[in-house]
Design a protein around this ligand. Structure first.
Ligand SMILES: [Zn+2]
Length: 315
């Protein structure tokens, strides 16, 4: 991933989301391959399609194709072509890990080919109504009915596809309040959605209920299902291992505890940023999507919003 391809991917995201470029640069961080690359994940049947916004995991079986997430809207046709190169079987199931445009943008294209779209209840709710992403200053209109999930679940759902048993697990608010990850139990693979950005500071959508403490808790739920052989598909970044996920968790918990102290001490957002709480981490984590100051701002706002919603609950 170089700077130039990151910028062109960001421009793609801006076009896909119909946002001003400055507001959307963080929305679609990913590898920028043209054409989309199918990376081997496990055996002959599991692949990751990389280069269309969020990573897409594809399980191909003689019975049909199952896809986790569908990329940005502008690449819908390219994803269809990439699927066709993997298998002649039709796409039958599409799981969305959450409601963001870089994960649901190809939904209509998949539904038009006969896929049943599956997601957590709140993914449907947010896709069915206009949304705003405060940090990106983005307004997102409601999705057409054809793009919305047909089958939704509150907490967990088991899907059986080919010989594989997939467990879909919703977590408490983390990246958003709509997140679900997918555990491929036989293949020992987890598709994490945006609960995992591999190798850099993540986006956390506090205007959809997300906050850093939820990211840590969601990662703990995934870690409990892993061993040294588990392969983990992040929402963005390269395919990872349990160690990669652990490192991300440790970073997040460190940042959380430091910024919580600043919030508890009554620091304003500007004072928290000026305190440089992530200074020693920025060299490793701050070079791709967010620098330390931007991530501090994001985390600070998430902690404030989460604290305010907890206060409302306790009234
Ligand atoms: Zn997301």
């Amino acid at each position: 991933m170089n700077r130039r391809s990151f910028l062109s991917t960001a421009a793609l995201g801006a076009a896909a989301l119909a946002l001003p470029a400055r507001a959307s640069w963080a929305a679609i961080p990913d590898f920028d391959h043209d054409p989309i690359q199918a990376l081997p994940l496990r055996g002959a049947s599991l692949h990751v399609l990389s280069g269309m916004g969020g990573n897409i995991t594809v399980l191909s079986t003689p019975d049909g194709l199952l896809q986790i997430d569908s990329g940005v809207p502008a690449r819908g046709a390219s994803v269809v072509q990439a699927d066709a190169r993997l298998s002649k079987a039709p796409i039958t199931l599409l799981v969305n890990t959450h409601w963001h445009a870089d994960h649901v943008g190809g939904n209509s294209a998949a539904a038009a080919r006969g896929a049943t779209i599956v997601a957590q209840d709140k993914t449907y709710d947010r896709m069915a109504t206009p949304q705003t992403i405060d940090f990106l200053k983005a307004s997102v209109p409601a999705y057409p009915k054809s793009a919305r999930p047909a089958l939704t679940f509150p907490d967990r759902l088991t899907l059986r596809h080919g010989g594989e048993t997939l467990k879909l697990l919703h977590v408490a608010p983390a990246h958003t309040d709509t997140d679900a990850f997918v555990h491929f139990t036989q293949n020992n693979v987890i598709a994490a959605g945006d609960l995992f950005f591999n190798g850099f500071y993540p986006f956390i959508d506090y205007s959809s209920g997300g906050w850093i403490g939820g990211m840590v808790a969601g990662i703990d739920q995934m870690l409990a299902l892993t061993d040294a052989q588990t392969r983990i598909v992040p929402g963005h970044g390269p395919i990872g291992t349990r160690e990669d996920l652990r490192r991300s968790r440790e970073m997040l918990q460190t940042v959380q505890s430091r910024i919580e102290l600043l919030v508890a001490a009554g620091k304003t957002e500007a004072e928290a940023v000026a305190a440089k709480p992530t200074k020693d981490l920025d060299g490793v984590w701050g070079g791709f999507l967010f620098d330390g100051d931007t991530f501090t701002t994001l985390v600070y706002r998430g902690l404030k919003a989460h604290g305010a919603s907890e206060d409302r609950k306790s009234l």
